[in-house]
Write a protein that binds this ligand. Structure first.
Ligand code: C2E
Ligand code: MG
Ligand code: MG
Ligand code: MG
Length: 279
């Protein structure tokens, strides 16, 4: 009986795995079609500074699968990382973001800063800096208008090499922020060695900042430390007015979240920016 059950469990288990692997293979093939067939789109989420000043936008990748519909980047980016498909995708994202900001400028909407998320693979490629420089040259986007978002993990992989790249970015006048700050293994002290401009406090701390004394303490600690190091602080995932108020009280510099604006396609961003222009 036990043996029978064991076998059933085993069969169930292998079927489960086979399905998972099958799904990954399918998704990987679909990703290739998405890359070749231009199924990706970039959306932009405004970053709002104190006093309702526009601090920039974050470029967020969107994939509309012809059958499955919307697939979250949280799902396909890790897969694309493991297959290497992230490289062509990332190059497309960078180019698109630069071109879109140039289009906004050409339509009289000002020099909007754009933050682009980097993948670890991209950052550690020998060709990374050259690709960046070429993309800026080709699109004509002033480097001051570009910001790169890196996670703590990217910097911990090979800290010495990462610091060299960060210095190179700084001399190119490209901005750098640490994304999802507080979720990695970062000892806070490593920040003092890094030539970066901003930290973005992870959404998980913002979620409960008005409910949990612990999260409130962590958020205040991050803001205080970042400011002492001369860094600006962004809070991501602001969904309620209470969270916005609390972070304002704590001295946070920049706010991002559904309360203020959702990620939107370029035409909607254009309307959003136009509505904010002085009459
Ligand atoms: P992230 O860089 O931390 O981006 C912020 C995520 O939080 C976005 O999810 C955004 O839509 C979401 N968000 C913003 N405000 C709120 C809010 O108030 N409430 C909630 N619940 N969510 C909010 P999204 O667009 O699904 O992207 C997920 C992650 O996928 C990103 O996290 C980033 O790590 C990755 N990603 C997105 N686009 C790219 C890309 O072009 N390249 C790379 N390498 N990664 C990307
Ligand atoms: Mg980000
Ligand atoms: Mg983030
Ligand atoms: Mg995040």
């Amino acid at each position: 009986k036990a043996k029978q059950q064991g076998r059933n469990a085993y069969q169930w288990f292998t079927r489960e795995i086979t399905e998972k692997v099958g799904e990954r293979v399918a998704l990987r093939n679909d990703l290739q079609e998405a890359i070749d067939g231009g199924q990706f789109e970039l959306h932009y989420q405004p970053l709002i500074g104190r006093g309702d000043r526009l601090a920039g936008v974050e470029a967020l990748l969107r994939w509309h699968h012809p059958v499955k519909g919307y697939v979250s980047p949280a799902r396909f980016i890790p897969l694309a990382e493991s297959t290497g498909q992230i490289m062509p995708i990332s190059e497309w994202v960078l180019e698109r973001a630069c071109r879109d900001m140039q289009a906004l400028a050409a339509r009289g909407l000002g020099q909007v800063r754009v933050a682009v998320n980097l993948s670890p693979l991209q950052f550690h490629r020998a060709s990374f800096l050259a690709t960046l420089r070429h993309t800026l040259q080709r699109t004509g986007l002033p480097p001051e208008q570009l910001e790169l978002e890196l996670t703590e993990g990217i910097l911990m992989d090979d800290t010495e090499a990462a610091i060299d790249i960060l210095h190179a970015l700084r001399s190119l006048r490209i901005g750098v922020s640490i994304d999802d700050f507080g979720t990695g293994y970062s000892s806070l002290s490593y920040l003092k060695h890094l030539p970066i401009g901003k930290v973005k406090i992870d959404r998980s701390f913002i979620n409960e900042v008005t409910l949990s004394a612990h999260d409130a303490a962590i958020v205040q600690g991050i803001i205080s430390m970042a400011h002492h190091l001369g860094l600006a602080v962004v809070a991501e995932g602001i969904e309620t007015a209470a969270q916005h108020q609390r972070l304002t009280d704590y001295g946070c510099d920049i706010f991002q979240g559904f309360l203020l604006a959702r990620p939107m396609p370029l035409d909607r961003l254009e309307a959003f920016l136009r509505a904010r222009l002085p009459a």
